[in-house]
Design a protein around this ligand. Sequence first.
Ligand code: ADP
Ligand code: MG
Length: 315
Amino acid sequence: MTATERPSREEVLLVALGGNALIRKGQAGLIEEQFQNLRAPLGQVARLSREYRIIVTHGNGPQVGNLLLQQECCDAVPRLPLEILVAQTQGQIGYMIESTLDNELMALGLDGQQLLVTLLSYVVVDHQDPAFLNPSKPIGPVFPEEVAKRLPYPTVWTPKGFRRVVASPRPLTIVEKKEIKKLIEAGFLVIACGGGGIPVIKESRAFHGVDAVIDKDLASAKLAEEVGVDVFVIATDVEGVAIGYGTEKEHYVGMLQIDEARRYLKAGEFPAGSMGPKVEAAVLFVERCGKRAVIASIDAIEAAVKGKAGTQFVP
Ligand code: ADP
Ligand code: MG
């Protein structure tokens, strides 16, 4: 099928929402702001649900970092490990997405026609992943350099400012992939793999949580592959992928062939922790599944699905 033909509702669309779908640049992250910010992307998801079966995944960088900071501000109760905080963000953000989506479906007169479910999701990682020795995932609030220098944990410079970093091992498999596939086949719109999933390692038959935050774009690509998605959209706060980002020569590209994208990745065109994992996720999905991936703005999800916005990744 070409991008412009009308899909049947058999096709599965995965929309990965960036953390900025909840907290936009310059906002403090008040809960009212987060609910308000979700309306535009989820209004589009509600309209798309008439044509596609849908999986929504989401980031949790700002939220999980804020929870960690809150732990450290209080000695009256025991501190919780990162794995538990990731689980908490699946609950809090899952609730916000599900209830906002419900309202948007109601506004379209689709209430009761689209069943929603938010699923706690574990993602298996390798306990020997080198990422455990080299924290790279930015979480929590942005600090000025002077403050960042004095913090008792590692920080990294990002285009948004200095942020705390934690280990981010690669996702190996989504534990609930069969459940998610069955729910999609049964007609549910599924919210899963929140914050990249609760990171676990497998020891014989048991799972153990580990102190890390998996990149949500890489986890989404793995889920898209394991469930068999037809279109994979990564929705963020820029219009797509730029070459020469932040330089005089900066220009956004409408289409990238995967070997071309790989060359840019190798040349260090896209930074770790932001555009790097998005491009890698899109490339991995297209390479393994031969289907379409798009990186686009959260305000242009529908246009991106129709092939009319964002950067389209093609085999
Ligand atoms: P999300 O919360 O959606 O995961 P990120 O902040 O992780 O968002 O990634 C999106 C950011 O990537 C953009 O806001 C932009 O500042 C940055 N970025 C870095 N390199 C590029 C590039 N080559 N093209 C576009 N954006 C880029
Ligand atoms: Mg990100």
